[in-house]
Design a protein around this ligand. Structure first.
Ligand SMILES: [Zn+2]
Length: 436
């Protein structure tokens, strides 16, 4: 085992009881500020009859109401441009970000200097988790838009004292050349762009495996947590892959360590994570799948308290080999609660199927996952459109076989003639629900 890097070893290896106390102390500080000067939460707590004195013990967290995205959206619509979830006077805020708005209107989020530094600290945990250390060189192959993901990694790298190489505004080849010449060792990127960079490298005779890059920090879509994607990226880059997971609404809450390739640590020192049954909102028994609820503890200026992420997750039993006591989510985010389908008693997520399919098909191939109802029973069928001829039997069989092994479920997979399926770049559009 290589040496495990920690950002704050004492906290990261504290006992679960110590972590619970730390979380509660931070929650008290947060609520202390929010009850005084956050109009959004003051109103919300008033409506639910919650007073500061009701929260005296860690379990009292359950008395607080959930927050859903729609509330933030409505609040900002009614109180433009930033809404009323602001604990401090407007002039104290120094950073602006927004969500992409793929599932609604973009949400705006502001940070003060203090909360921005906290977000950087969160990124330090992620970087150290992936074994990044002083002496590393981190290259950002992105334009820095209004989305937080790469900005917070930038802040984290800055706090850790790592050489930062920005390459926004350049094309892939320029970025690759810069990466080689300056011996970059760490690249934050999306899995898709990591593959695109690899294509450009190949076209230009650049051998990535002999480059100095040792780690890819992946976000935006599942990468390192999908074994086939991870193996592919590791093979062509000759580098290790780590996913980190976040939401603009709460911050980056999940990261991978060097010892557990199939799970994500929850950053338990900076977030309170609960896992609840989506229907009742009550905690699920340990080890069962439920919806992830997050409270960020370092962002009192614009907090998210008991925020319903809609993501379904499952806690892995036991401690991680890295020595951290932060809990591990098996397989990261398993799917979205509104996407889960029950087929013959088995919980199925379209993105799990999509990941299996995408590990077998080639660029330019297309597919569709269809749910339908047959004699009152839900069924799934997969249609494949393949550019190259000759594999119309082998590939569907292989996909079917892997789904059977993974989910213990037999799903129909068939090839259809070219041009049958609508073209789409989004996974979501490749999933069709015909039951409605
Ligand atoms: Zn670990």
């Amino acid at each position: 085992m290589e040496r495990v890097e920690y950002f704050d070893q004492k906290v990261e290896t504290a006992s679960r009881d110590e972590l619970a106390m730390l979380q509660f102390k931070k929650l008290e500080t947060l609520l202390g500020k929010v009850f005084v000067s956050n109009p959004f939460y003051k109103e919300k707590f008033k409506q639910h009859g919650i007073h500061p004195q009701d929260i005296r013990h860690p379990d009292d967290l359950l008395k607080l109401p959930f927050t859903i995205k729609r509330e933030f959206e409505e609040n900002q619509e009614k109180n433009p441009p930033f809404g009323t979830n602001l604990t401090e006077p407007l002039e104290n805020y120094v950073q602006y970000h927004q969500t992409s708005g793929t599932t609604g209107k973009p949400l705006k989020f502001l940070d003060t200097k203090e909360s921005w530094e906290w977000r950087g600290k969160v990124a330090c945990h992620i970087l150290k988790g992936a074994g990044v250390t002083r002496g590393d060189r981190i290259l950002f192959p992105f334009n820095f838009g209004p989305y937080t993901a790469f900005w917070i990694m930038y802040e984290g790298a800055y706090q850790l004292g790592i050489l930062i190489i920005p390459t926004g505004g350049w094309n892939s080849l320029q970025r690759l050349e810069c990466m080689i010449v300056n011996k970059a060792t760490v690249i934050p990127t999306t899995p898709t762009y990591a593959l695109a960079l690899a294509d450009t490298a190949k076209e230009n005779g650049i051998d990535l495996t002999s480059s100095s890059v040792k780690s890819l920090l992946l976000s935006g879509e599942p990468g390192a947590l999908v074994p086939q994607v991870r193996e592919k990226l590791q093979r062509i880059w000759g580098a290790r892959c780590f996913d980190y997971i976040g939401l603009t609404e709460v911050g980056t809450w999940g990261f991978q360590c060097t010892e557990e390739p199939n799970g994500v640590h929850i950053l338990d020192s900076e977030f309170i994570a609960e896992i609840v049954e989506p229907g009742t909102g009550l905690p699920v028994p340990e080890g069962e799948t439920g919806e992830l609820i997050l409270t960020n503890l370092g962002r009192a200026c614009m907090p998210s308290i008991r925020y319903r992420t809609g993501d379904l997750v499952k806690i892995k039993k036991g401690l991680c080999l890295c020595g951290r006591t932060f809990r591990v989510l098996e397989g990261g985010v398993l799917g979205r609660k509104d996407e889960m389908i029950i087929i013959r008693g088995v919980n199925v997520f379209p993105n799990v199927l999509a990941n299996v399919i995408e590990s077998y098909i080639q660029p330019g191939d297309n597919y569709r996952i269809e749910v339908y109802r047959k004699r009152g029973i839900d069924e799934i069928a997969i249609q494949l459109e393949m550019k190259e001829e000759g594999k119309e039997e082998v590939i569907p069989k292989a996909i079917q076989g892997e789904i059977k092994t993974k989910l213990n479920l037999r799903i129909e997979v068939e090839t259809v003639p070219k041009g049958t399926l609508p073209k789409s770049d989004y996974k979501a559009k490749r999933f069709v629900d015909r039951r409605k």
